[in-house]
Design a protein around this ligand. Sequence first.
Ligand SMILES: [Zn+2]
Length: 625
Amino acid sequence: MRSLVLSALFVALFTPALDAQQLYIPRNVAQAYAKGTRSPDGRPGPKYWQNKGSYNIAISVAPPSRTVNGTEDITYTNNSPDTLKSLVFRLDLNTHQAETPREQPIETEYLTSGVQIDSYVENGKAKPVKSPVGLTVMRVPLDVPLAPQQSVKLSIKWHYDLSLKSNREGVIDPTSYFIAYFYPRVSVYDDTDGWDTGFFVEGHEFYNDFNDYTFQVTTPKNYIVWATGDLLNADEVLKPEFASRLKSSFTSEDVIHVATLKELKDNAVTQQADTITWKWKADNVSDVAIAVSDHYIWDAGSVVVDKATGRRASVQSAYDEPSKDFQKMVEYGKHALDWCSNNYPGVPYPYQKTTIFRGFADMEYPMMVNDSSQPDPAFARFVAEHEILHTWFPFYMGINERRYGFMDEGWTTAFEYMIGTADMGKQQADNMFKQFRVLGWIGSDASDADLPIILPGDAQTGGGFGNSEYGKAALGYLAIKDLLGDVEFQRMMRQFIGEWHGKHTLPWDMFNSFNRITGKNMNWFFKNWYFDNGYIDMAVTGVSKADGGYNLAIKNIGGKAAPTNVVVTYTDGSSETLHQTPAIWQADQTNATVKISTSKAIKSATLDGGIWMDANPDNNKWEAQ
Ligand SMILES: [Zn+2]
């Protein structure tokens, strides 16, 4: 694992300077072009493949016991042209073991003994397989190598204790649990990197295949279960009145209180057998997550997410009574699904539902959000919108988040700014974006602040890595929007999503697709923003009289091809703002000239990058002597 990371780092840092019109292509991506699994024009190649698992999972949990017991049957199909001699499993919850390396400090309540494998059966034959200590991945040699187009059947029994200190999963309160990353899963084997053996170390996220899931959750009576996918047996688990309320929410414009706190306290909601088994199904998704509680209020509504077909999606929320911001969560969720489906990314919400659960993580899962409660409702909406926006990146698009997090967090952060602008107005959205997403980068002069965004995320830690994934990447995407205009940007985005959804896309697929779809060669910009070091600092170096007005000279000190506004004031007291897209840096990325057409006399000219904040604003102004 270590040698892989180091060689990736070496390649990214020591590639010889290339032509400005050509992007550095890693050798494994070049091989994918040669093999035909990916196309140099950015499309999936004629020989594109990905492996798939079909999971049938049953877990049981009975609070206040923190133990989750599980069994699963997996059919894993090898669609690759390679014969697999072993399987690699992800046991992300081993991150709770004391022996496991983590990027972040933890409290002792976070520690558990991790995942315990109770039995492991491969093609009907039991094998002695033990969960590793201090590792979140496990390699199991196959008795019979798995040939191309063949499947292996696995049956695994396991258990683990939920962590008392909830992070992305764990105990929320003594009778409310968030259950995620909870089953042993086969890791991704892909066409460029083979097995994904990268450790889960908390800061870097996930990379999953698109699998089919049926799963069931058994709890004591009077517990509600929320989860990814379709609830298959509402009538078996809920009393008729409550099953009927849930059903009516699927077509209702109004928010329906499926279960109130009083009804839950009165044990009126679920059927009254000793244990209740909730059954779910979700196909072609990258993961499933589950939440249980005996006192969380349950609201639900729905919204049309595809105007062409009239398809609605269910929006549900589950929360404890003190979390007042959650009383509006179904409305916030409906607004997010509507806005995102029709504006940015402008691709109809691809799933049948979303559930926003009150936890601690501010974290996304397919069709599930685990959000903390916020005193400020506007901020609660902001966080929910961000997590819901992850639906498209990484879930619909299959991003390797651990390695190229700038594709999921970056796009989500760019869309978050756009929906924020629609919600709050430009000024407030700009202020929030600068404060949360830009200042951390632009205000830093740390050694890792200005590293290339393309540097694999799993080769980095620290503040520079976070900025590369979120604000810095988002500013690049928003600069592409500025360069292309909204209509062309949307067309490009939607076509790229259409070509790659449900598949594992890489940055090179994205950049090459953008060039092909727009018919423009934007490599100069992609190289500048995503492959080169740099930051934002422009300086006005002079203003000179020219035919029909003035020429304003700008020097790009930091190097990034950001848009900027030239604010010109005249001696007559009037002023105007001349917007400059990143195109001013296409021919020469160091010096640009902006033509100011006027018959008036200039008093001053100032650069204002807006959200593209300038690291040194002191050199942004020219004044007539
Ligand atoms: Zn995010």
